[in-house]
Ligand binder design. Structure first.
Ligand code: PEP
Length: 248
């Protein structure tokens, strides 16, 4: 099986019905039959709109989070079953903004990945080090610790996850990991996955952190980089389409 790269947009907390309509119209009109898999991870209130506009197209839609609980007294949370009702294919879990702003721990992120997998939703598991951790030589230890929690909670089912290596210092900063820096971490993650799953070679490990139309091709050409998780540049249809075109 030839693995397709995945280009997934993370809109974060951006959008409106009108703006989304224009953006999705332009993205849907763009790639024709893209070589890669394409997805947009939209704010939860817009999942119905994404489902309506993207059904039958080459573009999947996803959520930016999922609850670690099935149902009940968890005000504000959205369960995997609810996401499934809207045809969601992917759910980002453990984004650094949620780890930072909502105190999400490695174990909680692992439980969220488990809930997604149980409903047939592919979790895009984000891992990545801060600048202080990189400067202290802890990059490998940090990303391996974050991924280890997901492996421990999910066993061989990790064969069905997507991993996003997102160095925290590169997110929304305009600073990108060099292709060499990113490839090095991706290779470490691949080796870790290969101990847990005999499908490790097929697991998409995507890079995120200021990927844009100018730097995408070089990053996506690295042997262990299987796509991108795109924040800011996914809000511009021309930029997002250029990244899709750069994917292998
Ligand atoms: C992200 O939020 O996942 C991300 C990669 O953001 P940006 O591309 O804006 O750095």
């Amino acid at each position: 099986m030839v693995k397709k790269q995945l280009i997934a947009g993370n809109w974060k907390m951006n959008g409106s019905l009108a703006a989304n309509q224009a953006l999705l119209d332009a993205v849907r009109a763009g790639p024709g039959s893209p070589r890669c898999a394409v997805a947009v991870c939209v704010p939860a209130p817009y999942l119905a709109q994404a489902s309506e506009m993207l059904s039958g197209s080459a573009i999947s839609w996803g959520a930016q989070d999922v609850s670690a609980h099935d149902a009940g007294a968890y005000t504000g949370e959205v369960s995997a079953a609810m996401l499934k009702d809207f045809g969601v294919r992917y759910a980002i879990v453990g984004h650094s903004e949620r780890r930072r702003d909502h105190g999400e721990t490695d174990d909680l992120v692992a439980a969220k990945a488990k809930c997604a997998l149980e409903l047939g939703i592919t979790p895009i598991v984000c891992v990545g080090e801060t600048l202080a951790e990189r400067d202290a030589g802890q990059t490998q230890a940090v990303v391996m610790r974050q991924l280890a929690a997901v492996i421990a909670a999910n066993g061989p089912r990790v064969g069905d996850i997507v991993v996003a290596y997102e160095p925290v210092w590169a997110i929304g900063t305009g600073k990108t990991a060099t292709p060499g820096q990113a490839q090095q971490v991706h290779a470490v993650l691949r080796a870790q996955l290969s101990v847990a799953s005999d499908r490790a070679a097929q697991i998409a490990i995507v890079y995120g952190g200021s990927m844009n139309a100018g730097n995408a091709a070089e990053l996506l050409a690295q042997p262990d980089i299987d796509g991108g998780l795109i924040g800011g540049a996914s809000l511009s249809a021309p930029d997002f389409l250029k990244i899709i075109a750069a994917a292998l």
